[in-house]
Structure formats: structure tokens, C-alpha cells
Design a protein around this ligand. Structure first.
Ligand SMILES: O=C(O)CCC(=O)C(=O)O
Ligand SMILES: [Fe+2]
Length: 365
């Protein structure tokens, strides 16, 4: 998440709320090639699709912690701009998917207006993959900090994906190459603010239950509110949802829907939502700094072949091909994303967790 300094300034996560149990994986151990840590990272990515990445005692990690601090204050700054200025940059899906989304633009699962505002800044603008589109002057002045944060997250992504590739027995760059930083994509930095939740009416879902569209999401926040649906729990039962407790010096990592597609259902994309902050944390605004990594636009969404990834042929023989897989496989990431969002809007496919399949044991050479 972020440095201890930001945590010290915030009301504490209440002791009487029991958070979800989630693995804590050390970036420094992954970089050192620690086999036990790599296995633990893979298992967390497969079974829950969420884990805490401990950034301490590592140079890239420490740089990330400093980056979070700076982007966290950019999130505060952008949301402090006058509403009239933010509204000049509104998202207009499906065509304009970056910019400002006001609270209430979306609905929660009960049909009520959502309680989250965000500003999405596209990697293509940050890395100059396209002529820079308009952003508020305030953000243009923060461009160097945004670029260096995205750069460092991209380095962490490389380490993470090569670890997972190692466990899957495929070449280290196999998944990395599907999200090149120079190819146009939907990758973005999302700066989120939730208002305080002071009344009974405020104590409800702020962002609808969903899975992320892309490949990997990196989240930094200080105030609780994000909840996950543990595997095999009923999404309609409110008590199934568990808060994730933000931890200083850590990033929360989760996987989006592309990973189960590419791995034949092994890596997991898990349902989550944002609810009101617990205890006294509800008294203050909640900020989240999120990097949503998405595949390059032209990348095909079909299952990859190699290593321990279960093959389509075997699944066809066993009649266990996941619903919709064949139809989605021929699409590029861009077409896939559009199709998924149309399906979601029309209610054709409700969001649900996917992945979590066990791998056959590794045959040692
Ligand atoms: O604010 C958060 O903690 C999570 C936001 C989220 O899930 C998203 O933007 O996809
Ligand atoms: Fe999400």
C-alpha cells in the first residue's frame, strides 16, 4: 500500500473487524529467485487471485513506496479541483474511456448510484504512445511523477509475470510480451476518492461487485473499504464479503480476466467490490491509487500453449472447456474488452470469479 507515514495520519483499521486472510509475498525474495516464495506467489494467484506484495527491503520496492506517496498526493490534488473543472474531462464510454468519472455515474448491485469518483489517466498518454490528449493542468504538472510511478510498476510486473511463468513452465517473457508498454492498450492509472460514510444511508456498496478486465491490478490504499468474495461464497449474502486490511509498505495485487483466459483457467480473477470504510475510517475520505494493466490492443485472447498450461484439446476431449472460451479466443484484446462491456451492460453475463484450476504435478527433468 503506502508508507507508514500515510497510515500514521489516518484512523486505524478497527480491531473488531476480521479481514480476509491473504498471502504476503516478498518482492525481495521473488527477485532473489526464492523457490518457496515463487510457489507461494503462484498458489495465491491461482487460489484467490489476490495477495499482498511486501515492498520492504528491496530497492525497487522502496522506490515504489516513495512513488505511492507522491501519486497519493496527486490523487488528493486532482479530486480537490473544482467539480466544474473535473467535469470538463468526463469519460464518455464506449468511445472515451479515460478521464473523470463522477460518483453516481454507475450503479451498484441494488440499482443505487455508486459512491466512488475516479480519474483515469491512460498509459498511452503517459508514455507518449499517442499524441497527448487533454488532462487538467494540475495533472500535466505531475506528469513526471506519474510516468516514474508507472515505470516502476511495469518493472514489478515483469518480476511477477516471470515468476508465474516459471511456475507454469513457460518462457519468462511469455505473458510480459502480451502487454508491451509501447503498444497501445487500455492500461491506466486510476486515482480514486470515496467520500466519508457518515450516515446509515452511506453505509452501503460504493463500487459494484466486479472482476477487473485486464491482466494485473496494483492497488495502494490506506483506508479499508475494498472487499473480496472468498472462493465458493455466495455473492448475494452480505456477510460473505470480507474486508482487505491495507498494510503499510505493501501493494495489493490482483489478477484480471485475461489471466484465466490465457492460462486455461489456472490463474484466478476474483470478484471484489468497494464498500464503506470500517469503524472510524468511515469518517475520512478514502483514496486509492490503482494501476490497471491491460493487454496490448492487438493481442489475441486465446489460451496460450506450453509448459503446464492445460491444453484446449485435452479439455475438449473431457468436455470441460469453459463457457464462452472458444468464442472469446479469436478476439483481440480490444474487441474482447468491448464485447465484455456490452455483455455486462446488457446483463448477458454477470461478473463472476474465474480460474483457480489445479495444475498437474511438475515433471522434473
Ligand atoms: O478502490 C479500490 O480499492 C478498488 C477499485 C477497483 O476495484 C477498481 O478500480 O477496479
Ligand atoms: Fe477492481
Amino acid at each position: 500500500m503506502a508508507s507508514a507515514k500515510l497510515f500514521d495520519a489516518a484512523p486505524p483499521f478497527p480491531e473488531d473487524v476480521s479481514p480476509a486472510q491473504i498471502a504476503r509475498i516478498s518482492l525481495s525474495k521473488l527477485r532473489a529467485g526464492d523457490k518457496t516464495e515463487a510457489r507461494a506467489c503462484f498458489e495465491a494467484s491461482r487460489t484467490l487471485g489476490f495477495f499482498m506484495l511486501d515492498l520492504n527491503n528491496d530497492d525497487i520496492g522502496e522506490k515504489t513506496i516513495r512513488g505511492v506517496e507522491s501519486v497519493y498526493s496527486i490523487a488528493q490534488g486532482v479530486h480537490d479541483l473544482p467539480m466544474a473543472e473535473k467535469e470538463e474531462y468526463c469519460v464518455e464510454p464506449p468511445e472515451k474511456k479515460f478521464g473523470y468519472k463522477a460518483a453516481g455515474f454507475m450503479k451498484t448491485e441494488t440499482g443505487q448510484p455508486d459512491r466512488i469518483e475516479f480519474f483515469d489517466i491512460e498509459q498511452d498518454d503517459i508514455f507518449d504512445n499517442v499524441p497527448r490528449r487533454p488532462y487538467p493542468q494540475f495533472l500535466s504538472e505531475c506528469w513526471d511523477d506519474l510516468r516514474s510511478y508507472l515505470n516502476i510498476i511495469q518493472q514489478i510486473l515483469t518480476i511477477l509475470l516471470s515468476t508465474l511463468s516459471g511456475e507454469l513452465g513457460v518462457p519468462p517473457s511469455m505473458f510480459r510480451d502480451l502487454q508491451s508498454t509501447t503498444e497501445r492498450s487500455g492500461t491506466r492509472i486510476r486515482l480514486i476518492r470515496n467520500p466519508p460514510s457518515l450516515t446509515d444511508e452511506d453505509k452501503r456498496t460504493a463500487l459494484v461487485p466486479h472482476t477487473d478486465f485486464g491482466t494485473v491490478t496494483f492497488l495502494a490504499n490506506v483506508i479499508g473499504g475494498l472487499q473480496i468474495l472468498p472462493p465458493n461464497e455466495d455473492a448475494h449474502n452480505d456477510s460473505s464479503w470480507k474486508y482487505l486490511r491495507p498494510q503499510p509498505g505493501c501493494l495489493l495485487v490482483n489478477f484480471g480476466d485475461a489471466m484465466p483466459e490465457w492460462t486455461g483457467g489456472v490463474l484466478r480473477s476474483n470478484m471484489h467490490r468497494v464498500s464503506y470504510a470500517p469503524g472510524r475510517q468511515a469518517e475520512v475520505p478514502r483514496y486509492s491509487v490503482v494501476v490497471l494493466v491491460r493487454p496490448g490492443r492487438t493481442v489475441k485472447m486465446g489460451r496460450r500453449v506450453g509448459g503446464r498450461i492445460p491444453t484446449l484439446e485435452d479439455d475438449q476431449r473431457e468436455g470441460s472447456v469453459r463457457e464462452g472460451e472458444i468464442e472469446m479466443a479469436g478476439l483481440t484484446a480490444d474487441e474482447w474488452e468491448r464485447k465484455k462491456s456490452v455483455n455486462l451492460i446488457r446483463g448477458v453475463v454477470l461478473p463472476h470469479s474465474s480460474g483457480g484450476r489445479e495444475l498437474k504435478p511438475m515433471i522434473e527433468a
